[in-house]
Design a protein around this ligand. Structure first.
Ligand SMILES: Nc1ncnc2c1ncn2[C@@H]1O[C@H](COP(=O)(O)OP(=O)(O)O)[C@@H](O)[C@H]1O
Ligand SMILES: [Mg+2]
Length: 223
């Protein structure tokens, strides 16, 4: 479902050129849980932003679900990010002044779903990720880290994406909570047939992934 052919990304930093991603080629089949590992600075986050069309590669092509990201117009890119991809970040990135429920409803509003439908699906998703019903109306600051990440996962699933991209999703969680969150991602990938690519430092996550890609200095060194 995802095919990356020789992508590179360079950043200009003063007089220096930083080769954050170099000539990476990889494929991930549909419904698979894949992980990306590597030391800090090895290019993991950069690679993930390229896959999610949050940034553009300097060279190479990325084909997701049959479409080449580089050939999309700005409007197509907006739709691609909104409809095809769910993003999960280490810092959760929930909107602070919205409740858990409203955070999950937001992507569906952008996709044009009616208020009633948004609400219904958001409640269903929050149940699915195991957030207690009494907490649905709470703002993120009144939820634990693990609970916030559950909300972020529910939000990522809202528009039934084909692909979930998670950048160190357990990075701010204790190891027991991290395990639960990973199990949750696993179950979702299996039941919704969603492809998941997770950047991680966590050996446990990497071990559970069907496919693991290791980066060093921007290069893919091991699959
Ligand atoms: N916007 C940017 N401008 C300049 N350099 C960047 C930028 N983003 C990342 N880099 C550099 O690219 C390399 C890879 O970074 P990153 O993808 O964040 O690594 P990782 O997620 O594996 O820690 C690092 O050397 C980093 O400093
Ligand atoms: Mg990173």
């Amino acid at each position: 479902m995802l095919r990356v052919t020789n992508i590179s990304k360079q950043f200009q930093s003063g007089d220096n050129v930083v080769k954050a991603v170099q000539d990476v080629r990889l494929s991930v089949p549909e419904g698979v849980f894949a992980s990306i590992i590597g030391q800090s600075g090895s290019g993991k986050s950069t690679l993930l932003s390229l896959l999610g069309a949050l940034d553009q590669p300097t060279a190479g092509s990325i084909v997701v679900d049959g479409s080449d990201i580089a050939k999309m117009s700005d409007n197509q890119l907006i739709r691609y990010r909104r409809d095809k991809i769910g993003y999960v970040f280490q810092a959760y990135n929930l909107i602070p002044n919205l409740s858990a429920l409203e955070n999950v409803m937001l992507p569906m509003e952008l996709a044009g779903l009616s208020r009633g439908k948004r609400r219904l699906r958001a409640v269903e998703l929050l149940e699915q990720v195991g957030l207690d019903a009494t907490k649905h109306t709470r703002q993120p600051s009144r939820l634990s880290g693990g609970e916030q990440q559950r909300v972020a996962i529910a939000r990522a699933l809202a528009n039934r994406p084909k692909l979930i991209l998670a950048d160190e999703p357990t990075g701010n969680l204790d190891s027991a909570t991290g395990k639960i969150i990973v199990a949750l991602l696993h179950d979702l990938a299996a039941s919704e047939h969603t492809t998941i690519i997770a950047v991680t430092h966590d050996q446990q996550i990497a071990k559970q992934a069907a496919l693991t890609f290791k980066l060093a200095d921007g290069k893919l060194v091991q699959v």
